[in-house]
Design a protein. Structure first.
Length: 178
């Protein structure tokens, strides 16, 4: 049995979990999330807990067992606390600002790069930090990853966008010829 999949998820007060037509819907103070359940995984909601069972011990089914449990746990955490991902900008002249529903980045290119902020996410900029907040963990992480990809940190000078606390391994440049 999966160590993750066999643990039930407790439903905190103020959160409702419903199962209908193969979709799990979680409603809480920070919004509503709906996600399709993996085929073959049975979900049971009772006594303020959500339990997951699988029909057999085949490898794909075992993987989906843990995935289903983790997805529902993330949905419950998202509608109660939300998720935050922070990015740091390193580089002279590199900056960011939020203009309505767009994130404008000046990253050393000949033009500013503008990124559309997805619905359901809140983006704020303070000095050299970009803060991405939302209730859906996957969307928060994907948007932060997309922003980081625009100018990933390079190993020689360390310039670029990185996650808060991310360490960039620096390389030594060319040795002087002499």
């Amino acid at each position: 049995m999966s160590r993750i999949g066999r643990r039930p998820v407790t439903i905190p007060p103020g959160v409702t979990v419903a199962l209908r037509d193969g979709e799990v819907s979680v409603k809480g103070p920070k919004g509503t999330l709906v996600q399709r359940t993996p085929a073959g995984i049975a979900i049971e909601i009772a006594d303020g807990r959500v339990r997951f069972t699988r029909p057999d011990d085949q490898t794909p089914t075992r993987a989906l067992h843990g995935l289903a449990r983790a997805s529902v746990a993330n949905m419950i955490a998202g509608v109660t606390k939300g998720f935050v991902r922070e990015l740091e900008i390193h580089g002279v002249g590199y900056r960011a600002e939020v203009k309505g529903k767009r994130l404008s980045l000046a990253l050393g290119f000949s033009h500013p790069v503008e990124v559309e902020i997805p619905e359901g996410l809140a983006v704020s900029v303070a000095e050299n930090r970009i803060k991405v907040e939302g209730s859906d963990r996957a969307r928060v992480g994907q948007f932060a990853s997309d922003v980081r990809k625009i100018r990933a940190p390079e190993p020689y000078k360390g310039k670029g966008i990185r996650y808060l606390g991310e360490r960039v391994r620096r390389k030594v440049g060319k040795a002087a010829v002499g």
